[in-house]
Design a protein around this ligand. Structure first.
Ligand SMILES: Cc1ncc(C[n+]2csc(CCOP(=O)(O)OP(=O)(O)O)c2C)c(N)n1
Ligand SMILES: [Mg+2]
Length: 393
């Protein structure tokens, strides 16, 4: 078994019967006999998800006793701060028209990736939609290569031909950013099939947005993934909106994880403003996948602070709603835990912040000084098969 990215991160228990808090991780429905993941108590979330105002609630991550080691909290802090600072800079550069085309920022959703990376192993595969800068950053792709991709430069991780929505880095297990809503769902199942077929012991975690669960392909993929017990973790990042349309306006079912019930697929909601909860849920699902029990569907209840893309002024939601989520910001929560439990001092965290800002600035300089791809690149990487017979000059 390859080691976990964050070494001290606790794994789910070996027999799979208990969660990190000692709660059962599976429940059996008395009527149907169907075994599903236990539904841990998920904190009631603010307006976009529950229609309530919880602004008086404390920060998401400030337990009396930290559940994870100092190394884990520090790794989460660094990873999420890198994602945040990188994207803040990308947003600025987009405003200056140095980055063109589409650009969808992940700001606010960082825990969805950081908590998964700490729970999974090297060699596991990740696939997502077009909101895809954070995944490779957390997996270890050089920020230079990601920034260069945003600049459409030849040194980018997709050779400057993918742009913001189509980051790829096979070396770290990142199987891409995908622009067609829901397209990555059957691909995620396919990757998991390959892992099972090749007996690698690895799994695929497949992210999608709340808008994507309306795609027919999801149902076909869920059916086959359950039938063949594929090692896949499907994750819906329910950030409350698909572009400007709220979940409530598009679906009778607003607790999206229960969509999996039709396939008897274990599923659970997760408060994804809390990186610890994300880690624990992914660890439970990974254990299930690796032990041959098949897929899990996790609903990450999360929020994006910015508009859908850079061209969205986000007039469909109130400032108060955004503020409610900012109040439970995942990076601030981890920072709070680190300081409260003397894992690091303010000065040490400030030094980390400065180092990250320097790293981001370095990536901008690298991108600016890199060349654009040569015109001949147009014909490369279109098909895997180099002698594909249907390409004509
Ligand atoms: C098949 C398809 N239909 C429509 C679009 C246009 N489109 C791009 S993003 C988007 C909304 C998706 O929202 P969601 O899945 O919730 O993801 P989020 O942006 O919130 O991360 C739509 C409809 C598309 N890219 N692909
Ligand atoms: Mg959404």
């Amino acid at each position: 078994m390859a080691e976990s990215k964050v070494k001290d991160a606790p794994k789910a228990s070996a027999n799979g019967s208990k969660s990190a808090k000692g709660q059962p991780s599976k429940v059996v429905d008395a009527k149907t006999g169907v075994e599903t993941a236990a539904q841990p108590a998920v904190e009631v979330l603010p307006a976009a998800h529950a229609g309530g105002n919880n602004s008086e609630e404390p920060l998401a991550t400030s337990p009396d006793q930290p559940e994870f080691s100092k190394e884990v909290y520090m790794a989460w802090y660094e990873q999420m701060q890198l994602m945040r600072k990188f994207e803040e800079k990308a947003g600025q550069l987009y405003g200056q028209q140095k980055i063109k085309g589409f650009c969808h920022l992940y700001i606010g959703q960082e825990a969805c990736v950081a908590g998964a990376v700490s729970a999974l192993e090297k060699g596991d595969k990740y696939i997502t939609a077009y909101r895809d800068h954070a995944h490779p950053l957390a997996l270890g792709t050089s920020p230079n290569a990601i920034m260069a991709e945003l600049f459409a430069k030849a040194t980018g991780c997709s050779k400057g031909k993918g742009g913001s929505m189509h980051m790829f880095d096979k070396e770290v297990g990142f199987m891409g950013g995908h622009g067609i809503v829901g397209a990555q769902i059957p691909m995620g199942a396919g990757i998991a099939f390959a892992e099972k077929y090749n007996k690698t012991g690895k799994l695929c975690i497949c992210y999608m947005g709340d808008g994507a669960v309306r795609q027919g392909a999801l149902h076909e993929a869920f059916n086959m993934a359950m039938l063949w017990k594929l090692p896949v973790i499907f994750v819906v990042e329910n950030n409350g909106y698909a572009m400007g349309t709220s979940v409530q306006r598009t679906s009778n079912v607003t607790d999206l994880h229960i969509i999996a019930e039709g396939y008897q697929m274990p599923n659970e909601p997760v408060n994804a403003m809390n990186v610890e909860d994300v880690h624990k849920a992914v660890a439970r699902a990974a254990e299930r996948a690796r032990s041959g029990e098949g897929p899990t569907f996790l609903e990450f209840k999360t929020y994006r602070y910015k508009g859908h893309s850079m061209s969205d002024p986000a007039k469909y939601r109130t400032k108060e709603e955004v503020e409610e989520y900012r109040h439970r910001d995942t990076i601030e929560s981890v920072r709070h835990t680190i300081l409260t439990h003397n894992m690091a001092t303010e000065d040490e965290l400030t030094a980390i912040d400065e180092r990250i800002k320097g790293r981001v600035q370095e990536s901008v300089e690298f991108a600016e000084n890199s060349p654009y791809p040569d015109a001949s690149e147009l014909y490369h990487d279109v098909y895997v098969q180099s002698d594909y017979p249907y390409i004509h000059d």
